[in-house]
Design a protein around this ligand. Structure first.
Ligand SMILES: [Zn+2]
Length: 475
């Protein structure tokens, strides 16, 4: 722990909390303590928070009030995560179709944050988060996950990924100030061209960084470059990946190139951090203080521990637009053995989720999926999408339109999407739109919504029923 770590933790970060009106550091301190609790008090805290959320949802959220009335349920009927089975799963379709019914009545507008996501399953979505849920609780979970990888506030680190650019100018400014205070060197994933890589690696080497975080596909580009050249080497004390699934091959490449095994995180735009690898790299510890994770079969019935199923999450802190039993679209299993690290937070394994690749231009430029800002599709009548690079000259966006559009509406939608994205693929790539009825997940259930046939993703093997080392992660 250096002087700057102490300054960042006890002066700079609390000051940012004061300016932003958040209490991230208090939440972090609580999480640092509760991570070592035995299972029983963790479950008690989770049940207590769940009861409060259900009471709030029944009193203030029209969707849940009607749902519970229809089923003859009262808030006291849901006392623990086991009782959640009495409520249906919340699908992305419901969030898309009934956003007003999911908003809590009387919730202060100033605490709501309008969010769009490109969707972990290629389903764009608009929803509301809250300052409390995202900026306090969510960031605190993320900071704890980084601590499990050995990263402390104030450590010199590089971040290879997309910066948050929404939520207004004041929040953007505070976000950039926060990055400076945390001594984060940002690398735009779109800048990783063959020509630029030598200078980027040199820049990272000169900065004497201890930590590296970013999207697996982007870190893999840097790691592969280092491996293929005998030039500048990079070594980090810890590496954290997120935003998409880290494949086993990438895990090995990153470990060789950076001298340490990466830690992966599992999160979504809707819930923020859900689970993360600890130092044992043996599954993902669920942040059970803040989220309830269920693993269900196709009939929404919980599966036995170790069995693979759909991951459904209840976020215990979003009181603006509660997501109770939210079907993320990923699959995984709950592990029952104790983790060697000693934490009794439950663990997820066998995670299969989103996985994307960069696209390529003839000039050697790489186009990062994050750079396409696919969340813009949330404003259009689009149920699902997939971007496929057929060859160096052609990118096709496959779209599943919402409802039953007329030929004229389809033509208008195609034009809108072309206008929205045509400039993002460079001058040499032809971009087109095709409509389809369904975009199926991959053989193992993975969702790939941006991929290049030039640089295919390694196939994901179907996981063993109780595979301990899964590798889905999101930043
Ligand atoms: Zn552990």
């Amino acid at each position: 722990m250096t002087f700057y770590n102490t300054l960042a933790r006890h002066v700079l970060a609390p000051s940012m909390d004061l300016i932003r009106g958040t209490h991230t550091m208090r939440c972090l301190a609580e999480l640092e303590e509760s991570q070592w609790w035995p299972r029983e008090p963790i479950e008690e805290l989770q049940a207590e928070r769940l009861q409060r959320l259900i009471e709030h949802a029944y009193a203030r959220v029209p969707y849940y009030r009607a749902l519970m009335d229809e089923r003859g349920l009262r808030p006291c009927d849901i006392q623990s995560p086991t009782d959640l089975a009495r409520l249906p799963v919340l699908t992305k379709g419901v969030v898309r179709m009934r956003p007003a019914d999911l908003l809590a009545e009387g919730f202060p507008d100033s605490d709501l944050r309008l969010c769009t996501t490109s969707g972990s399953t290629g389903t764009p979505l608009t929803f509301y988060g809250t300052r409390e849920d995202q900026a306090s609780r969510g960031i605190a979970r993320s900071l704890r996950a980084c601590e499990w990888a050995g990263i402390r506030l104030g450590d010199r680190q590089a971040y290879v990924g997309r910066l948050h650019e929404d939520h207004g100018r004041r929040e953007q400014l505070l976000h950039h100030l926060g990055l400076r205070a945390r001594r984060v060197v940002h690398v735009d994933p779109n800048s990783l061209t063959n020509d630029a890589l030598p200078a980027i690696v040199q820049r990272l080497a000169r900065a004497h960084l201890q930590r590296l975080t970013g999207y697996p596909a982007s870190l893999n580009v840097i790691a592969s470059f280092i491996e293929q050249t005998s030039g500048q080497r990079l070594a980090f004390q810890s590496v954290v990946t997120g935003g998409e699934q880290l494949t086993d091959r990438e895990r090995h490449v990153l470990t060789r190139a950076f001298g340490t095994e990466p830690h992966s995180k599992y999160s979504t735009s809707e819930v923020f951090d859900i689970a993360s690898e600890c130092e044992a790299h043996s599954g993902f510890h669920i942040a059970a203080e803040d989220v309830v994770v269920e693993v269900l079969d196709d009939n929404s019935v919980p599966v036995a521990q170790g069995q693979q199923g759909r991951i459904v999450v209840t976020n215990l802190h979003n009181y603006g637009m509660p997501f109770i039993r939210y079907d993320i679209g990923d699959t995984g299993s709950l592990l029952d053995e104790k983790c060697p690290c000693g934490r009794e937070l439950p663990r997820l394994g066998g995670l299969i989720g989103r996985r994307n690749t960069h696209l390529h231009s003839r000039s050697g430029q790489r186009i990062s999926p994050a750079r396409l800002y696919l969340d813009r599709l949330a404003s259009l009548p689009v149920m699902q999408y997939q971007v496929v690079q057929e060859d160096l000259d052609t990118v096709i966006m496959h779209l599943v339109p919402a409802g039953v559009p007329s030929p004229e509406e389809l033509a208008a939608l195609r034009e809108k999407v072309r206008d929205m994205f045509a400039g993002d693929f460079g001058e040499t790539i032809r971009f087109d739109v095709q409509f389809t009825d369904r975009i199926a997940p991959g053989a193992a259930g993975e969702h790939t919504f941006v991929f290049s046939k030039i640089d295919p993703i390694e196939p994901t093997a179907p996981p063993e029923a109780d595979a301990p080392n899964s590798n889905l992660n999101t930043l």
